[in-house]
Design a protein around this ligand. Structure first.
Ligand SMILES: Cc1ncc(COP(=O)(O)O)c(C=O)c1O
Length: 493
């Protein structure tokens, strides 16, 4: 659909009031499901009072025609001439669900608004950072204050110590930490460190796990159980991935086999301790325990890439949730509270190899800048308040169970789950234990689901192979509205 006409409650006609006058309150009710072609007249509840509704219905119905994605479409068309594919990160282009992406105007709490004034309940949360809600007032206030003192020092600042101490206190494996500017950077630094510390070159990752776009991690898993990595993108030299081994997630035997073949050669086993980049996949506890044992026996390091799960599925991340302590941990997303931050950390003896304490070189002009640090600090402070993770778990459970029930009632095969504020589902019977299972999902159905929900005012990640995120700002009214919209949509999928 090139240009959808949408009707969203809480918004008034742009021609009457201007797009910027959409309601900012999170008073989401089930949005009106609109037929996309024949009749575009929506309920006018929320636009005018019930009493005056009949008088104005024709006029409003006519005005409602302006609710569309016209501005998004125009901006995206222009962007395609300026930016490769119109975006600065590929998944934003909606390639795997089709249709045009929505161009955002602003975000607040659990909601986002596009440039046409359409309002959405947002389950992407900027891909994870917005765990306390978008543009949280306390974070914004602290950022505003910090702005007066400057945005970047390129020199030590006290805020780095504060955030470092918070991370060290929270994450069981971390005794020292290095801040960088993204999850990719964190994974690059971590890998160099693991290689430097062990004096080994090989790294073992899992099919379907994403660790940023550094050469060594851009590996296509072959069809076998365990496959030597081949570059997944032109421009990645074979040499860069020759030392990358790939195993199946949740399949300890595939890991054992690789360790048998490469005894004493593997620097690190790196994994998403809960997968978010093949869709949402939960590990077997025995799988994680087995990895811990195997790495210990072989002298390899165990690395949890908690860029997505860190401070999300528990304050201490997946390692706290599962009670398994890796040697190194990478982080990102939540620790920057919406500003660009990544980090890697671990045992002191390993971290002291990082320059200038040790010989492993890694640096960054903007690393540890005060804006990013204060944003992270304020976000973590909010998360520390009692009940935060219980609230995330409750609201996310309500959402996913409601979605699964609604889909099953309508006769769809579906499976899914959640841990705290991270969730996902697949349009297949399941269970989904790894990327091979995830690929059995009906992605065409997901694409229709995605577009249908967007039209009803609910923003999910534009790919079957991405996890969803909730925040402390999501309300029961938000998720109930989403479930009601999905119920309606599932009937026609
Ligand atoms: C588990 C994991 N590691 C690393 C990254 C890369 O982080 P960034 O996009 O900040 O470079 C991501 C991004 O989604 C991720 O999910």
């Amino acid at each position: 659909m090139a240009s959808s006409t949408l009707a969203l409650r809480g918004c008034t006609s742009t021609s009457l009031l201007g797009a910027s006058q959409c309601s900012q309150k999170s008073t989401v009710q089930p949005f009106v499901a609109l037929p996309t072609s024949s009749s575009r007249i929506a309920s006018i509840e929320g636009l005018v009072s019930k009493r005056s509704a009949s008088r104005f219905s024709m006029a409003v119905a006519t005005e409602r025609q302006v609710y569309s994605t016209t501005k998004s479409d125009e901006i995206f068309k222009a962007a395609k001439e300026l930016l490769p594919g119109g975006v600065n990160s590929p998944v934003r282009a909606f390639k795997s669900v089709g249709g045009q992406p929505i161009v955002f105007d602003r975000v607040k709490g659990s909601h986002s608004w596009d440039v046409d004034g359409n309002e959405y309940v947002d389950y992407v949360g900027s891909w994870g950072p917005a765990i306390i809600g978008h543009a949280d007032d306390e974070v914004i206030a602290a950022l505003t204050e910090q702005l007066q003192k400057g945005t970047s020092f390129g020199a030590p600042c006290a805020l780095e110590n504060v955030l470092a101490q918070m991370v060290i206190d929270a994450v069981p494996s971390v005794e020292m930490v290095r801040f960088v500017n993204s999850g990719t950077e964190a994974c690059m630094g971590m890998l160099r460190l693991a290689r430097a510390f062990t004096d080994r070159e090989k790294v073992l990752k899992f099919e379907g796990c994403y660790h940023g776009h550094a050469d060594s991690f851009l590996v296509q898993a072959g069809s076998g159980v365990a496959t030597l990595g081949l570059p997944d993108s032109p421009g990645v030299p074979k040499a860069a991935t020759a030392a990358t081994l790939v195993a199946q997630y949740n399949d300890l035997e595939s890991v054992r086999e690789i360790f048998r073949q490469h005894k004493g050669e593997i620097a690190a086993v790196v994994l998403e301790p809960v997968v978010g980049n093949s869709g949402f996949i939960i590990p077997d506890k025995e799988f994680l325990e087995g990895l811990r044992e195997l790495t210990k026996e072989d002298g390899a390091l165990l690395v949890f890439d908690e860029v997505m799960t860190g401070f999300r599925i528990a304050y201490g991340g997946a390692q706290e949730h599962f009670g398994i302590t890796p040697d190194l941990t990478t982080m990102g997303k939540v620790i920057g509270g919406g500003l660009p931050v990544g980090a890697y950390g671990g045992r002191r003896e390993i971290m002291e190899m990082v320059a200038p304490a040790g010989p492993m070189y890694q640096a960054g002009t903007l690393s540890g800048n005060p804006l990013a640090m204060i944003s992270g600090i304020k976000t973590l402070e909010r998360l520390q308040r009692p009940g935060s993770y219980e609230q995330l778990d409750r609201i996310t459970g309500r959402l996913i169970n409601g979605l699964l029930d609604a889909a099953r009632e309508a006769g769809h095969d579906i499976c899914g789950g959640h841990i705290s504020g991270m969730f996902g589902f697949f349009f297949c019977k399941g269970p989904v234990n790894n990327f091979q299972d995830a690929k059995k999902s009906d992605t065409a159905k997901f694409a229709k689901f995605h577009r249908g929900m967007l039209e009803r005012g609910h923003y999910f990640a534009p790919s079957q192979y991405e996890a969803g995120f909730t925040s402390l700002a999501h309300t029961e009214a938000d998720v109930d509205a989403t479930i009601a919209a999905a119920k309606d949509l599932f009937k026609s999928l």
